[in-house]
Design a protein around this ligand. Structure first.
Ligand SMILES: [Zn+2]
Length: 462
């Protein structure tokens, strides 16, 4: 995610201390470096009606990595109210099985499995997509007259690493922690609407689409109405920019920035692992952009103001493109260690500005933003978990901008060759997995020609 310009605040909906204490007794929190991984496969049927009703069925195929008494699924949209998305039934091999809602976003399904057992579990779900004006959060599960944003609009199996990785959904930051999976989706949409999704979309009959993708950390999905599209290529990647007709110039600029960012990042980090990337202008709240595998959503207010934000406008796309490497491909625990992908995505976005001889400008921006963040939240540090930023206070400035400054200090210490070699090695070792901050720091330290411990302590220490 890209936070909005400094000054806007995400609303606080609840205190986190009591909730976290409750959860600690329900689910042991763990970082993951091993995952169910690419063996997972989601077969999804989703139907969206014109009035905002959503229903569907998901069958998840995989191999149990351990002895399971149950499987834990997340329904992230239920953070905005259980009516938004709820499970209505569960089956294992066509036999109905018991399930229990631990809280609205977390469902435990009886699925006794031994390590190495293949499993196939089906959940039915239904709900209602709220209107943007009446929903909380960033508006990423919401509908307006021209966009229906369907983030995490289906049950998602929580990652396992000795225990289920599952956290309460907080109103700020990214909530999802998920393993990559193959997806096959049968999607039904209201007449006149077009889906833009992770993977590829094929219209099989009017209003009905087949969506397919491999190694997707989640299925990003938005329906649009009355949009225009422009396309361009970045090496092997087909980039599509979707925008409303009034925003044609901004839509073209978004396309050009995205293509150039892919080219610049590929030169430093290695070639992209994706062949399709869609960029869609949508109404969001308190977020400038949001990343999904193969899909970027950008707040349409930046399009209507274009070209009046010469720094923030390109920053959105450069940041979200960087998440294709750091999130979509190399996963991390976005709740316990948001700096691992956000600071790295922010730093990587700086390479786009460096290619435009604007690196000094982006460094100044990060320095100002970090200072503002620290002034707003004196307790949190770059490596703090999301719950250490109540109300989102200081989150972008500290985690994103401060974290980017940490990587700049590391790069200056290591030198360009060793620094980028370390990032490419990190990418190669943790591709399609969930890495930890310790994994990233260990590789940087191993590849560095001189010690980094003092920098790590000074920037990330308690
Ligand atoms: Zn981000």
């Amino acid at each position: 995610m890209a936070p909005p310009a400094p000054g806007s605040r995400a609303p606080l909906r609840w205190g986190t201390g009591a909730l976290l204490a409750l959860w600690a007794t329900l689910l042991t929190v763990a970082l993951s470096d091993a995952a169910v991984g690419a063996a997972l496969r989601y077969e999804l049927a989703i139907s969206v009606a014109a009035g905002g009703e959503i229903s569907g069925e998901v069958t998840v195929h995989g191999t149990a990595p351990a002895d399971w008494p149950e499987a834990v699924f997340r329904l992230y949209p239920a953070a905005h109210g259980a009516a938004c998305l709820t499970v209505t039934g569960a089956w294992v091999e066509r036999t109905e099985v018991a399930w229990e809602s631990i809280e609205p976003t977390t469902v435990a399904v009886s699925l006794a499995a031994n390590a190495g057992d293949p499993f196939s579990l089906t959940l039915r779900f239904a709900g209602r997509i709220p209107e943007l004006a009446s929903t909380g959060g960033y508006g990423t599960y919401a509908r307006s007259d021209h966009a229906v944003i369907l983030s995490q609009a289906y049950p998602i199996l929580a990652p396992w690493d000795g225990s289920w990785i599952a956290y309460p959904v907080l109103p700020w930051g990214d909530a999802i922690v998920a393993d990559v999976a193959a997806y096959v989706v049968d999607l039904t949409v209201p007449a006149g609407w077009i889906p833009v999704a992770s993977g590829t979309e094929t219209e099989v009959s009017p209003g009905r689409y087949l969506i397919e993708g491999e190694n997707l950390r989640e299925l990003g999905l938005v329906l649009v109405h009355g949009y225009e599209m422009q396309t361009a290529s970045a090496g092997p990647v087909e980039v599509r920019s979707f925008f409303r007709p009034a925003h044609a110039n901004a839509g073209r600029a978004a396309l050009d920035i995205t293509v150039e960012a892919i080219d610049v990042f590929a030169r430093h980090l290695g070639p992209p692992s994706f062949l399709h990337l869609d960029v869609v202008s949508v109404p969001l709240r308190a977020a400038a952009g949001v990343e999904y595998p193969g899909l970027i959503l950008a707040e349409e207010g930046y399009y209507s103001r274009y070209p009046s934000d010469p720094l923030l406008f390109p920053m959105i796309f450069a940041h979200e493109v960087a998440h294709q490497w750091w999130y979509a491909e190399v996963g991390s625990d976005q709740v316990a260690e948001p700096w691992v992908d956000e600071a790295l995505a922010t730093y990587t976005s700086g390479l786009y500005f460096q290619a435009h001889d604007r690196f000094a400008e982006i460094l100044r921006y990060w320095e100002t933003s970090y200072a503002q963040g620290r002034a707003r939240n004196k307790d949190a540090r770059i490596a703090s978990p999301v719950w250490d930023f109540p109300g989102g206070d200081g989150y972008g400035g500290i985690v994103y901008s401060g974290g980017a400054l940490f990587f700049q200090a590391v790069r200056e210490r290591m030198g360009n060759d060793a620094f980028f070699h370390a990032l490419r090695r990190y990418r190669g070792e943790f591709r399609w997995r969930i890495a930890s901050g310790a994994d990233l720091l260990a590789i940087l330290a191993q590849e560095s020609p001189c010690p980094l411990a003092d920098l790590v302590a000074a920037w990330l220490g308690p």
